[in-house]
Design a protein around this ligand. Sequence first.
Ligand code: PLP
Length: 388
Amino acid sequence: MTVPMPSPAVSPQDDLAPVTLYALDRQRARIEATLRAGMDRVLDHGQFVLGPEVAALEAELADYCGVPHAIGVSSGRDALIMALMALGVGPGDAVFVPAFTFSATAGSVASVGAVPVFVDVDAATFNMDPAALETAIANIRSEGRLQPKAVMPVDLYGLPADYEEIGAIAAREGLHIIADAAQSLGGAAPAGPVGSLAPISAVSFYPTKPLGAYGDGGAVLTNDDALAETVREIRSHGRSGAGDEALRLGMTGRLDTIQAAVLLAKFEVFADEMVRRQQIAEHYTAGLADVVSTPDIAAGYRSAWALYTVRVPDRDRVRKGLSDAGIQTGLFYPTPLHRHGAFQPWVSPDDSHPVAEQLSRDVLSLPIYPDLTDREADRVIAALRAVI
Ligand SMILES: Cc1ncc(COP(=O)(O)O)c(C=O)c1O
C-alpha cells in the first residue's frame, strides 16, 4: 500500500503559517482531477437523485465494512433517525445514549418522540461505560414510566465503543443496539470493522469527517435484509421502489448523487489516508504521552482518528497558549449533553455524570488529517510541551 502524503520539503514559511484544525483544501488539491471528473459525470447524466454513483458508493461501503447493506442517506443525524424509525422506536421508549458526545446523538432520539437517557462514559476511552449503562437500565425499569428499547453507543473521535460488553447487556435486557458511528468509519474492533459491530450503524459524511462529502451526507449499514429494505423505504418518503403509495412514514432522506460522486473519489484514497492518520496519531502519542493524557487504544482496536484528543489540566490556558503559537485546536465537547438546553425536559435534577463533566473541562483536540506534514505535527508537539 502506498501512502501518497509524504511530508513536503520544508520552507522557512512553514514554521510561520498557522497549523489549522482541518485543511480540506490540501486533500482537494491532491485529488482534484478525480473529484472534478466524478462531478462532471453527474452533470452529464443528470440523475441527481439516486443516480448510479449512489449505488456504486453503497456497494463499496458495504464491501469495506463487511456487511451486505449500505444505504446512502442525507446526513449522519438522519441515518440515526431512520435507524430508530426502522426499529419502531417512539413515544414511551427509553434510548440510552452517552452523556459525552455531539448533540445529534440524543437529538435523533428525541426527534422520533422517544426519551434519551444519559449514561456516563469511561474516562480512558471516552465511550459509553457499560457499568453505567446497567445502572441506567435498572433505574428506568424501577421507575416504570418508560420502556427500555434501545442503546445507542457512540464511537467517539473514531474509536469503536465496547460493543462486546454493551452487546451482552443489550441481549440480556432485550434492547436494540444502534451504533452512532458518525465519526468512526475506518475504525475497527477485535470483532471487525466499524459498520459490522452492531446490527445497525449510522455514519456521517459531514465534510470534516474522515470520509467527508462537500455538503451533508451519511449512510446506514446493516447485516439485516428486512431492516435494510425498511430504511430504503423510509429514506424515500416511505415508498417501495418506484411505487407511489406511502407504505409507512418516511422522509426525504437520500444521499445526493453529486455527493456520492465526491465520496467515490475520496474513497479511492481512504485506506491510505487511514494509514497516514494512524502514523500521525502514533507520532503525537510518542511525543506527548509523558506530558499530557493521550488516547488509550486497547489491543485489537483501531481508531479512525477523526480527532486526536488529549486531556490537559487548565485546558483554556493551554488552548490560548497553542493559539498564540499558531496552533488551532478544537473543543469536542465543552458541554455534556445533560447540560444542553434542548434536553432539559428529560434530565432530572439528580442526574449526575461526573466523568462526562470532567472530560468536558479537560479535552482538547489537536490537528490530525492526512495532509498534515511531519513538520507541522512536530510543531504541535513542541508548542504543547512548551505551554504545559
Ligand atoms: C457523534 C455524532 N453523531 C451524529 C452526528 C451527526 O452527523 P451529521 O452532521 O452528518 O448529521 C455527528 C456529526 O457531527 C456526530 O459527531
